[in-house]
Design a protein around this ligand. Structure first.
Ligand SMILES: Cc1cc2nc3c(=O)[nH]c(=O)nc-3n(C[C@H](O)[C@H](O)[C@H](O)COP(=O)(O)OP(=O)(O)OC[C@H]3O[C@@H](n4cnc5c(N)ncnc54)[C@H](O)[C@@H]3O)c2cc1C
Length: 369
């Protein structure tokens, strides 16, 4: 998220320093999955409309950065397959198909939630997995998380307005005196965008009065990367929280667990092995695929589940940019842009849903809602 914010700061000519305690993009964003999954097309509202627009424009945003850097981000609108194992699920899917026809369009572009009797491609998902058919969603896409981080970082290394500082840990933020205490001394600012993933929450808690609950929590996720001789253009598969994401270069990502409590944030265990067994059953082509990496990270989950973006009501020079939880990659470009525009006091290109504001999350955490 912070990398995207810095890209927008550069474009807007805002003098900025991007600081990271470690190397850029090695937090939750340095994983392997990169699924860009739309919300369901039913019960339409502002949040779903915002995500739709963000998912559509991301394609051009990434293309522009690839062009500027000469590096690939591993983006592809690969679409998504969802097996329907029971007849009642097909009925629901047919309703969603009508919802998608109504809502899934942006400019000239239309996307669909097709309900099919059989998978649209051979030698991929087990046809028996969809006893009542398959959804084929044409809006879903994927990006290679580490490749995207490399593209964003390469763009910023050539920036005129953004300075980069790795291995600098922010220990405390004092928004009212415009000072951040860091492991390398004090940093002065007129505006500070706090985009430290799940570690943003305790910092914000410490600057907020009368909270009844913390503003957010880390949720652990585990995923794996497999090597397989498959077409990188195959659809992403989704079933009950299991994602199978084909990437370029014969790599397939499998994820993810969702763990509210854990002993070791970065270890992998039997829960990931269970997901791998499920993936190999659902996709016979992966039965013998070698696991080349097992990975775990901590997602930032804000108290109200939605992203947390915008100025602190008591410290307006401090702007939150976190809480992307499971959908950060599809929204970060828009959220980062909104945070930078907040920082310089101009209207966002696309207004954020009110529920995303830091003020909303503080109200929820203070039992004011
Ligand atoms: C297994 C797994 C699978 C996932 N799959 C998907 C997916 O398919 N699609 C999707 O959209 N999302 C997915 N997510 C969620 C997504 O990865 C996260 O929501 C997203 O990466 C969060 O980005 P962020 O910039 O907020 O946090 P991070 O990427 O964690 O970045 C925070 C940065 O802040 C730095 N930092 C922290 N504290 C300090 C400090 N005190 N001083 C200085 N720097 C600091 C860290 O070093 C880090 O670089 C997945 C997450 C996991 C764990």
């Amino acid at each position: 998220m912070g990398l995207w914010a810095a890209v927008h700061a550069e474009r807007l000519g805002v003098d900025t320093m991007l600081v990271d305690a470690g190397r850029f993009g090695r937090g939750a964003s340095g994983g392997v999955l990169g699924a860009l999954m739309p919300h369901m097309p039913d019960r339409w509202g502002g949040k779903k409309q915002f995500q739709l627009e963000a998912l559509v424009v991301l394609e051009d945003e990434i293309a522009a950065l690839e062009e500027a850097t000469g590096l690939p981000a591993g983006y592809r609108r690969s679409t998504r397959l969802i097996p329907l194992p029971k007849p009642h699920l097909r009925k629901i899917a047919l309703g969603h198909s009508e919802d998608a026809e109504r809502h899934w369009h942006h400019g000239e572009r239309h996307f669909h939630w097709h309900v099919l009797d059989a998978p649209p491609v051979d030698s991929w998902i087990d046809p028996d997995a969809g006893m009542s058919g398959f959804v084929h969603d044409t809006l879903a896409a994927r990006v290679a998380p580490r490749a995207l981080v490399d593209v964003l970082t390469a763009f910023l290394r050539k920036a005129r307005h953004v300075r980069l500082a790795e291995e600098v840990e922010i220990e405390r933020i004092e928004p009212d005196s415009g000072r951040a205490r860091s492991s390398r001394g004090d940093i002065r600012f007129s505006r500070c965008i706090l985009s430290a993933g799940h570690r943003s929450f305790p910092m914000l808690d410490g600057l907020t009065q009368d909270l009844a609950s913390p503003l957010g929590q880390p949720v652990k996720g585990q995923a794996a990367l497999l090597k397989a001789d498959i077409d990188a253009g195959l659809p992403v598969i989704f079933r009950d929280g299991l994602y199978i994401v084909p990437h370029e270069g014969g790599q397939v990502a499998v994820g993810s667990t969702s763990e509210n409590s854990f002993d070791d944030p970065f270890s992998t265990d039997h829960q990931l092995e269970t997901l791998l067994v499920a993936a190999r059953t659902l996709v016979p082509a992966l039965a013998d695929a070698e696991v080349v990496e097992r990975w775990a990270g901590l997602r930032p989950k804000a108290i109200d589940r939605d992203p947390m973006v915008g100025p602190h009501p008591d410290h307006p020079s401090l702007i939150a940019l976190t809480g992307g939880f499971k959908v950060s990659f599809g929204l970060a470009h828009r959220l980062g842009e909104a945070a930078v525009r907040d920082a310089i006091g101009i209207e966002p290109v696309l207004a954020l849903p009110k529920d995303f504001s830091l003020t909303n999350h503080i109200n929820v955490a203070s039992n004011k809602m």
